[in-house]
Design a protein around this ligand. Structure first.
Ligand code: PEP
Ligand code: MN
Length: 292
């Protein structure tokens, strides 16, 4: 289903008329704030905090159903799950492919949650779009300009993750590639960058959240799972992200992280996710925001 971004009409009009390099489409000159409309009356917007949760990868029907059940119960509104995984080693689990997409959609339909999954190859855009409500561009493809241009030609929301070696300016220009082709439904996601630090998988760039919020009308989310690589850091980093002004979180969760086929060490089990959601809701109440 394609839902036009009616909250950003100024931007849609601008794309077809003016093209000005000194006034990029991501800037607030064109639009105060973009709202992403999703199925099941779900939105990602600047007034509230949206929580995307789910496993790193879809492993089986039981796993995705059980995970969807507990994340929904705790208050997440969008379900994630990878079917095509960008793994460092070609011998590591690569995802269930189209079978995984079908299971993800089944879980999303059953629990009335929009679903997000990664698109690795531009040849798969039409196929993945049949199952997913948001297409994720992973950190490794953040500057895959030919993929970004093709995603600009559809109207599905795109969750563009920050590349691990990409500056804030370069990141915004990556988003611009999608906007310039006409797709105004772009969501940003800070997921940590590579630094000299080795205690964490990446370094969560909290200041990027504040800078992005100042420079663009696009929603800004934070993924503390990939930023830290450590489930023990997800709780404090999530609260820090919300305090810094993030519009949402993307959290890896698993019914049994010890046996996860991918990223179990950075996935929350049900009780920890529930605790996190409790504190997220408390913080949001203080900030006069709702958790969507
Ligand atoms: C993911 O979210 O599944 C993922 C692979 O993240 P990233 O692209 O940020 O590494
Ligand atoms: Mn992962």
């Amino acid at each position: 289903m394609t839902i036009p971004n009616t909250h950003c009409v100024e931007l849609s009009n601008t794309i077809t008329t003016i093209r000005d390099k000194s006034n990029p489409l991501y800037s607030k000159t064109y639009c105060a704030c973009t709202t992403i409309q999703l199925p099941y009356n779900t939105t990602i917007n600047h007034q509230n905090v949206s929580v995307i949760a789910g496993p790193c990868s879809i492993e089986s029907e039981d796993q995705i159903m059980a995970t969807a059940h507990f994340v929904k119960k705790a208050g997440a509104t969008i379900l994630r799950g990878g079917a095509f995984k960008p793994r460092t080693s070609p011998y590591a689990f690569q995802g269930l492919g189209i079978e995984g997409l079908k299971l993800l959609k089944k879980a999303g339909d059953y629990y009335a949650m929009p679903v997000v999954t990664e698109i690795l190859d531009s040849e798969d855009i039409a196929m993945v779009s049949q199952y997913a409500d948001i297409l994720q561009v992973g950190a490794r493809n953040c500057q895959n300009f030919s993929l970004l241009k093709k995603l600009g030609k559809i109207q599905k929301p795109i969750l563009l993750k920050r590349g691990m070696m990409v500056t804030i300016k370069e990141y915004l220009m990556a988003a611009e590639y999608i906007l310039a082709e006409g797709n105004t439904n772009v969501i940003l996601c800070e997921r940590g960058i590579r630094t000299f630090e080795t205690e964490t998988r990446n370094t969560l760039d909290i200041s990027a959240v504040c800078v992005l919020k100042q420079k663009t009308h696009l929603p800004v989310m934070v993924d503390p799972s990939h930023a830290s690589g450590n489930w023990k850091l997800i709780h404090p980093l999530s609260l820090a992200a919300i305090a810094a002004g993030a519009d949402g979180l993307m959290i890896e969760c698993h019914i049994n992280p010890e046996v996860a086929l991918c990223d179990g060490e950075q996935s929350l089990r049900p009780d920890k996710f529930e605790l996190l959601m409790h504190d997220v809701k408390e913080l949001c109440t203080m900030l006069n925001k709702a958790v969507l």
